[in-house]
Design a protein around this ligand. Structure first.
Ligand SMILES: NC(=O)c1ccc[n+]([C@@H]2O[C@H](COP(=O)([O-])OP(=O)(O)OC[C@H]3O[C@@H](n4cnc5c(N)ncnc54)[C@H](O)[C@@H]3O)[C@@H](O)[C@H]2O)c1
Length: 309
């Protein structure tokens, strides 16, 4: 059974990725410092979970001892807004932490590192949908640190023969996403709808987002382990809606009468985002299967149950 180390595996995307790995017969092992993730997210799964911090150099020896066949590297400071406020912390986790993982991966001779990158590496698009040939001009420290790690991975292929797959995620949503801190718009809206409170919309709400359901994304993470190596792919649904349209859809799903409260636009936020996924479908032999309506229904139902609990 192939061993897959999932850094950040007790987080939102990590916990779904662990589920998808188990379904496909892999042996996942989680490393997490529980800064935004929680043991609760994977408590229902038969998986070893080690508390460790990727920013500490001891992580290199730990990973070498685990000796995984593959690594899916998700551990990160995940908030664009937090990276704008404090780019030093963002750099510590997203660059230094990732370099520890890459060094360990090269020394442990893992078969491949799958890296969770982001649409934030593109910055504001000059054309839509954004494909992987689009110019790279991050508008936030978060986008810049993700891009830097991509470059290290490409370089590590030539220097240390370390295989990689870079996955640039669009906006991911689904159950277990953090709605309290800097979670995604869907989790924040779902939480607010469940509580009967009016959600905030930053800007005029006409900004567009390409939402991918977390189960579809987890399937892409797992497919990337054995698909073509040393490629960079968008993982998205390939279509986008405005935040206002998202609000209206969720209002219909919840039968709510709430109206949004508009606030000023946040620094570093991209205005329009749609990521082309044709190449991804071909390389990973994958496609998103959960419709937005179905994904939103599952997500809202999760937040309603959380509230009851
Ligand atoms: N959610 C999205 O829409 C989205 C979009 C693009 C990219 N991503 C990327 O996907 C990955 C997972 O994000 P998520 O949405 O699941 O967020 P998340 O906050 O739920 O997951 C991040 C996980 O990393 C862990 N972590 C953070 N710092 C750590 C450290 N120093 N050492 C060990 N573990 C640490 C957290 O505890 C958490 O479990 C991240 O790399 C993020 O940048 C997410």
């Amino acid at each position: 059974m192939k061993k897959v180390l999932v850094t950040g595996g007790s987080g939102f995307i990590g916990s779904h990725t662990v589920e998808a790995l188990l379904e496909k017969g892999y042996e996942p092992i989680v490393i997490d410092n529980f800064s935004t993730g929680s043991r609760q997210n994977i408590a229902h799964l038969p998986v070893q979970c080690i508390e460790a911090d990727v920013t500490q150099s001891e992580i290199i020896e730990l990973i070498k001892q685990i000796a995984p066949d593959y690594i899916i590297h998700l551990a990160a400071q995940v908030s664009v807004a937090a990276s704008v406020k404090d780019f030093l912390y963002d750099e510590q986790v997203n660059i230094k932490g990732s370099l520890h993982v890459i060094k360990a991966a090269a020394e442990a001779k893992v078969e491949k590192v799958v890296f969770a990158s982001s649409a934030a590496v593109y910055g504001d698009p000059v054309y839509l949908p954004v494909d992987t040939d689009h110019r790279l001009q991050p508008g936030s420290p978060y986008g810049l640190t993700k891009l830097t790690v991509e470059r290290y991975l490409e370089m590590s292929k030539s220097l240390y023969d370390l295989d990689y797959c870079i996955l640039r995620y669009s906006n991911v949503y689904g159950p277990r996403q953090d709605a309290l801190g800097e979670g995604g718009v869907v989790s924040i809206f779902s939480d607010k709808f469940a509580k009967g409170e009016a959600p905030f919309i930053f800007g005029d709400g006409e900004q567009t987002r390409d939402f991918i359901y977390v189960g579809d994304l987890a399937a892409a993470n797992v497919a990337a382990l054995t698909a073509q190596s040393n490629v960079c792919l968008n993982v998205s649904c390939g279509d986008s809606i405005t935040v206002n349209e998202l609000f209206q859809t969720m209002k219909r799903v919840t039968n709510s009468h709430l109206e949004p409260i508009y606030k000023s636009q946040r620094a570093g936020d991209i205005v329009h985002s749609t990521l082309a996924n044709e190449k991804t479908k071909q390389v990973l032999a994958w496609e998103p299967v959960v419709s937005l309506q179905e994904g939103l229904t599952r997500t809202i139902s999760y937040y309603e149950q959380e509230l009851k609990a």
